[in-house]
Design a protein around this ligand. Structure first.
Ligand code: ATP
Ligand code: MG
Length: 175
């Protein structure tokens, strides 16, 4: 069956959690899943990452944290390239049914990963028989990426609790 490529983008809350909801669903149906996180990567501090380790879900982080804390983009670029290489390797292994590439849109829009190369990999995935479905998350998915995908959902902010001023990242809702 042709693998599907889904993109969750937009400024509203819910992109990563929607992707993980799909992982939850796939696991329950016997799917073999992997999550690769780009850019932010708070492997030690999020509930989802701890849970992944508890249940033996492959979860790897390729990032150096928030970009505004970085003096140079180079370490983040190196990580992003490693993450992309790893995603290619996992997809080619035939061992996965669903792979999440979380926040990879930032690596693409910043030019850390070459977008043409990424899009050509997506074409390869589409041509694989029984290759993994991909869920790509992050704000600002480019038109080219949206065109290449089978499903694109935009999370639109109507309201966010952070904007009320006094609410910080909340356990269970944010981490
Ligand atoms: P989530 O991980 O909750 O599904 P997301 O993946 O859609 O969120 P990101 O851009 O990855 O959103 O940002 C993650 C963090 O930023 C979350 O803590 C989330 O609550 C917060 N956030 C997401 N959207 C907004 C927004 N529109 N305004 C303020 N904070 C936001
Ligand atoms: Mg996210």
């Amino acid at each position: 069956m042709k693998p599907l490529v889904l993109v969750y983008t937009g400024d509203g809350k819910g992109k990563t959690t929607a992707a993980l909801g799909c992982v939850f669903r796939a696991l329950g149906s016997g799917g073999r899943c992997a999550v690769i996180q780009f850019i932010k990567c708070d492997a030690q501090s999020t509930g989802e990452c701890r849970m992944a380790h508890q249940i033996g879900l492959l979860w790897e982080c390729y990032g150096k944290g928030f970009l505004w804390n970085q003096e140079s983009l180079e370490p983040t670029r190196e990580e992003a390239l490693k993450g992309f290489a790893r995603a290619r390797e996992l997809a080619a292994s035939g061992q996965y049914d669903l792979m999440v590439l979380d926040e990879v849109t930032y690596a693409l829009s910043l030019g850390l990963i070459d977008e043409r190369e990424f899009l050509s990999w997506i074409s390869e995935i589409h041509e694989m028989n029984d290759g993994p479905c991909l869920i790509i998350t992050g704000r600002g998915a480019s038109m080219a990426l949206q065109t290449a995908a089978d499903t694109v959902t935009e999370m639109k902010e109507i309201k966010h609790h952070f904007k009320s001023g006094d609410i910080k990242a909340r356990k269970f809702i944010e981490f």
